[in-house]
Each structure stands twice: as C-alpha cells, then as structure tokens.
Write a protein that binds this ligand. Structure first.
Ligand code: GLA
Length: 673
C-alpha cells in the first residue's frame, strides 16, 4: 500500500479510512484524458434493474433478462450488459476474508454463478457498489475496501461496476470526490480484468471536468423518474455538456424509463432519440419479460441505436434553442450528421434548421432519412417538421449523388391564427368560427406536384374552405397556404379539441406521398358580463408550487381545500385565490373585459416566516400591475389594471428566487367584463 499524497491526507484522516494503491497525482496531471482502459469506445448498452425493480433484484430476474436479450433480438441489436443494482448483498462482510457476501436467498448461485450464466449467452454482467461507508440502500460500502472489493468482482467475472455516492463520509470537495473514485479505478485496474467503470455521483462535483480520466461514464444528474418533468429537466441539464463526451468517456443522464408506463410513447421516443443524440448509455430500465411491442419497437430501432453507437462517439451539440424548440446536431463517422428536432413545449410546433447549421458540406441536395419511419427524402437544405408536444423528430443527413431518386421532403403546419396565445395551446371561443391556416412547404429540390390538402375538424364541427387547397406545382421553399374556417356545433362544451390536416402530393418520381399533422386547441368559456370574482370562474390553467390553487381560502400546501380563510395583516376576505409561489393562473377573457382588481399579500398563516414574493398581473403578456417584493409583515396592497381588448389574463406570484413556503393570496380578486 502506498502512502496517500499529502494533499489528500486530511481528507483521508477525516473519513477515517485507508486507501489502497492511489494514483491521484496522475489524475491531476492528465485531467482531460479519457480513462485508458480500452473499454466502451461507444456508449454501453444493456439493462439495469433499479428503475423497474428497486431492491427486488435476484438471480432469477437477471437470468430471465439475459434470456430475453437473446430471444427478443436485443442482443443482436447490441445490448450487452446485464447489470445488477443495489441490494444484491447481505448486510455484513465475510468476517474471515472481508469480502462482500451475495444475499443467498436472492442469488443462490452467487454472483459468480449468475455471471457464468450471463456469459454463457455471450453477454456481460454488471454490478453495483458505493464510494461510501454504505450503499444508498444501506448495504456495506466499498470506501476503504476498494482493493478487496475490486478483486472480488474480478474473481466473480464481473464486467461492469456502477459506483454510487451515498454515505460518502462527509466528502464535499472535488479533490475528495476524485480521490474516492480514483481509489476504485486503480483497484479495478490492479485486478487485470477489463471492467467498465461507471461513476455515479449525480453531477454533484461537475464530474465532466474530472471524471474522463477516472471512469468510463459519469452520471450528470440526480435520479431519473418515470415522468415527463424528470425527463425534460435531465435533458435540459445535459444539453450544454456536449464538449466533455468522447470514446470511452461519456456523460450519463441515467438509465432508461422506456416501458415503465409513466410517460406517453411520444415521450419515450424522445427519451430514446435524445439519449442516442447524447451518446448516452442505453441501459434499459423496464421489465423485459413483459415488454410491449411499442416498447420493443423503440428499443430495437437500429437506425437510432446506430446514432448512439456511432464510432466518432460525439455528443450532439444544441445548434438552436428557443421557446422549448431545440435542434441538436451530432457529427457521424463518414461525414453524415444526425439532426434531432426536440419539442420540449406543450404545443405542436414547426421546428426547422439547415444543413449548413448542422455542419454538412455544400451540395445540391441531401438524403434525409427519418429514423422513426425509416423513409428517405431529399432536402435542398432545410430540415423541418411539425413536431408534437414533447416529441422528437430524428434524421440522418447524408450527401448523396442519387438524391433525385428520392421524393422531396415536405412539412405541413396547421395554425389557428386568430386564437388567443397562452404559451400553451391555442384558445378559442365556443360561439365563434375559428380561422385555420394550413401551410405545405416543400423542403426538397424537386417540386411537389398535384398537391391536395384536407382538413378534419372535431366531430360535429363544420369545415369551410376559404382558399384553394389544390396546389398544381409547389416550388422549393415557397409554402403553399390554404385558409379554412371551422365552426363549432351549437353548445360546444369547453375542453380540449384536435384539428388535423393531410396533404397528398406527387413528385417527378411518380409515387404519391402523404403527410398528416394534428394540432390541439382549447375551447374556453368567455367570462360573464358584469363583475365576477375570479374564484367563481374556471381558469384555463393553473400551476402552483405546493398543492392546488385554492378558491376562497389560503393555500394549505397539500390536498384540495386544506387552507384557511384568506387573512392579510388581520384583514379577512371571504373571496379570493390562495396560491403558493411560484404560481401562475390564466383566465380566458375573450377581449370582453375592462379591468382586474385585487388585494394581494402573504397570508397571516406565514407570519414570522421568511416568505417573500411579488405579485404581477399580465394582460396578453403585457404587465399591467406589480406589487413589488412583499413579506408576511406587509399589509395588503391593492392592484388594478386595464384588460381592454385582452384575450388572456395571467396572475403570477413570483417567489423572488426562494420558494420559501410563500402563501400568496389574491384577496377578493375580480374582473369587470
Ligand atoms: C442511487 C443511484 C440510483 C440507484 C440507487 C440504488 O440513488 O443514483 O441510480 O443506484 O442509488 O440505491
């Protein structure tokens, strides 16, 4: 055992453990070099049990999963590592050898027996440990036991180690992190067995800055969960990390949730496409023994796997990003480029970029392969699609001298130009016909010939064509626009509706093409004439930091109707809205209202707390009143503003950067219409 270098000695003493075989000096001198173990030159692909099973791991599960790799075609598609997560061992080490002991009930044949089986199928086995005194689930950790644990894993035939960060003996600094993770790196190297090393410190100490020379991959973020908000925020956090990924050293945005049931197939497709653009590990996190065809279709998409596994091993760069419309470009071996159009927003959107922005060299036209449908078109340079909310279009762009054999690429958009804009779906009045515009755009070199556009409104609605939907020859880059009106049946109820457009067209190659786009919109009730309390009206949307927005009571934080009578500095109000900043509520006005007026303040139930918030009122995005920062000690302020002509009223309670349980009351809030 070598003496730890001076700098880390205090950290070692503090955590009271001894390190074996440290080589942190080399870490410091070569911070940007990829870990030189020759493994995973492209991102690892496989399975990990944690997302679907938590602590319910077993030999049977691992063996059955390995079987399904073979029978379902996953192995043939490149999935290789079958990984065991936390909870595989007993609560104490072997008193004689100091080795970790597999739970005999869960792993009757031990990890070595399980590994033998997995290896017999031509697959590899992964395991989990922790750079702390205990794993996250409380089993013995490896801190101070790196040498014996690495040797144990090697003896068992383990091929991959995920190394976690719980119970890390109070380590906080980057150097302490480097030391803990390097100790296991060196212990693994000393065994002589090739073992992929996956660092799991959740992005705490910016691992992308130091982990490339320590591990093969590093978690960049906290644990993923099976829901859209989790997926969305992890994608956001990983967008800027593209410079740090390379062969053998990858950013790890966490394991896949595809197939676990908490997201739509559109969202799961985004998960898979964006992970592949990120050159992220593709570790399946659902129960493969019960996978649906929809799940397998996503996981087995060979064209998208090829983007993830491209030998250049580059992570896609965001080349544009506005209003939740993100374009990613990933250079591929041989000069192709993968382009993803990711719609983070809640409304269908036309997202576009160009081959130039994506980094392709100049050419007359390019092959654009849609990796979800497998079909190829030619583009003159624009890459564009109407992408559903939370969806991702993904293409492979290539220079191709035979582009003229391919149909021109096109996109079709549907917009409701007269509808109120709230930042989410378009909003219309139930009693008024709605204008709709379709635009068919040829992004190819060759024209679209004999195009016909049709529009389908919700059942019971009438569709009227106001300008010709027939385009004889649509030229590249010149959108063919048609105007329509859709009218609701009498008494159409408030709610969410869909309108869809289809275009059929031919091209010089002579085969008919079809393209369909669907857009959702909201029918909202206009407010009644006269003075109304907002708490007596239906809102379009409401978001709140804790619990639901309350009507005629303060925010009680969790369930509905758990607040109290609205009270600001001893003054009580029978009517009003109880929110918890940050909060945002939208009301539909239909251009019929003149004023909004309300008292605002932090409810007396937060007296003595650090609550601090600002109340802001917007009419169609224009600020019409602002309270300035208020604390629980302030008396109510009166806010009023003009709503003349506005379609949408928005009330915002801003937490001023600290969501410290701000019970923000809109006391006696009313509008005059
Ligand atoms: C941490 C990791 C997870 C999982 C659990 C197991 O939370 O980030 O991926 O390994 O521990 O306890």
């Amino acid at each position: 055992m070598r003496t730890p270098p001076k700098l880390v000695l205090s950290a070692v003493l503090m955590i009271g453990v001894a390190f074996g075989g440290l080589a942190v000096d080399s870490v410091r001198s070569t911070p940007a070099q990829a870990l030189n173990n020759g493994l995973v030159r492209t991102p690892p692909m496989g399975f990990n049990d944690w997302n679907a099973f938590g602590c319910d791991v077993s030999e049977q599960l691992i063996k059955q999963t390995a079987d399904s790799f073979v029978s379902s075609g996953l192995k043939a598609a490149g999935y290789q590592y079958v990984n065991i997560d936390d909870c595989w061992m007993t609560h104490s080490r072997d008193p004689q050898t100091g080795r970790l002991v597999p739970d005999p009930a869960k792993f009757p044949d031990g990890i070595d027996g399980t590994a033998d089986y997995v290896h017999s199928l031509g697959l590899k086995l992964g395991i989990y440990e922790d750079a702390g005194t205990a794993t996250c689930a409380g089993y013995p950790g490896s801190l101070g036991h790196e040498t014996v644990d690495a040797q144990t894993f090697a003896d068992w035939g383990v091929d991959y180690l995920k190394y976690d960060n719980c119970n890390n003996a109070g380590s906080t600094t980057t150097q302490q992190y480097i030391d803990r993770y390097s100790a296991m790196r060196d212990a693994l190297a000393a065994t002589g067995r090739p073992i992929v090393y996956s660092i799991c410190e959740w992005g705490v100490n910016s691992p992308w800055l130091w982990a490339p020379s320590v591990g093969n991959l590093w978690r960049t973020t906290g644990d993923i969960s099976d829901g859209w908000n989790s997926l969305k925020s992890i994608i956001r956090e990983n967008l800027p990390l593209y410079p740090y990924a390379g062969a053998g050293a990858f950013n790890d945005p966490d394991m896949l949730e595809i197939g676990n049931g908490g997201m739509t197939d559109t969202e799961y497709r985004t998960h898979f496409a964006v992970w592949s653009m990120f050159a992220a590990p593709l570790l399946i996190g659902s129960d493969l023994r019960q996978a649906t065809p929809a799940t397998m279709n996503i996981l087995l998409n060979k064209d998208i796997i090829a983007i993830d596994q491209d030998p250049l091993s580059k992570q896609a760069k965001p080349i544009s990003d506005s209003n939740g419309h993100v374009v990613l470009a990933k250079p591929l071996q041989g000069g192709d480029v993968a382009v993803a159009l990711y719609n983070e927003s809640d409304t269908a959107a036309r997202i576009s970029t160009t081959v130039g922005a994506a980094g392709l060299p100049k050419a007359t036209a390019y092959r654009q392969k849609d990796l979800w449908t497998g079909t190829s078109t030619e583009t003159a340079g624009t890459i564009s699609a109407v992408v559903p909310p939370h969806g991702t279009a993904i293409y492979r762009l290539s220079k191709d001298s035979k582009w003229a054999n391919l149909p021109p690429s096109a996109d079709l958009s549907v917009t409701l130009p007269g509808a109120a804009a709230t930042g989410s779906q378009p909003v219309v009045n139930p009693n008024t016909p709605v204008d709709v515009q379709t635009a068919l755009t040829d992004n190819g070199r060759a024209p679209l010939i004999s195009a016909a556009v049709t529009l389908t409104a919700p059942a019971g609605w009438t569709v009227t064509v106001k300008s010709s939907p027939i385009g004889v020859a649509i030229q590249s880059g010149k959108p063919f626009k048609s105007q329509w009106t859709i009218a609701p049946p009498a008494g159409a109820g408030p709610g969410s509706y869909q309108v869809s457009a289809s275009a059929v067209y031919n091209w010089t190659g002579g085969s008919w093409q079809t393209i369909t786009t669907t857009t959702a919109f909201v029918v909202a009730k206009p407010p009644p004439s006269g003075v109304s309390y907002l708490s007596d009206l239906d809102w379009l949307s409401a978001s709140n930091d804790w619990g639901p927005v309350e009507k005629d009571r303060s925010n009680g934080e969790t369930g509905a109707a758990d607040g109290h009578t609205i009270t600001i500095n001893g003054v009580t109000y029978a009517k009003g809205l109880g929110t918890n900043a940050p909060a945002e509520i939208d009301y539909y006005l239909d251009g019929r209202c003149s004023t909004v007026s309300t008292d605002v303040g932090i409810d007396d139930e937060k007296n003595g707390s650090p609550a601090n918030a600002t109340f802001i009122i917007y009419a169609d995005g224009t600020e019409v009143a602002n309270s300035g920062a208020m604390t629980a000690a302030d008396p109510a302020k009166h806010l009023s503003g003009s709503l003349a002509g506005a379609q949408v009223l928005r009330l915002v309670a801003d937490d001023n950067g600290s969501p410290d349980s701000d019970h923000t009351d809109w006391a006696g809030a009313q509008i005059t219409c």
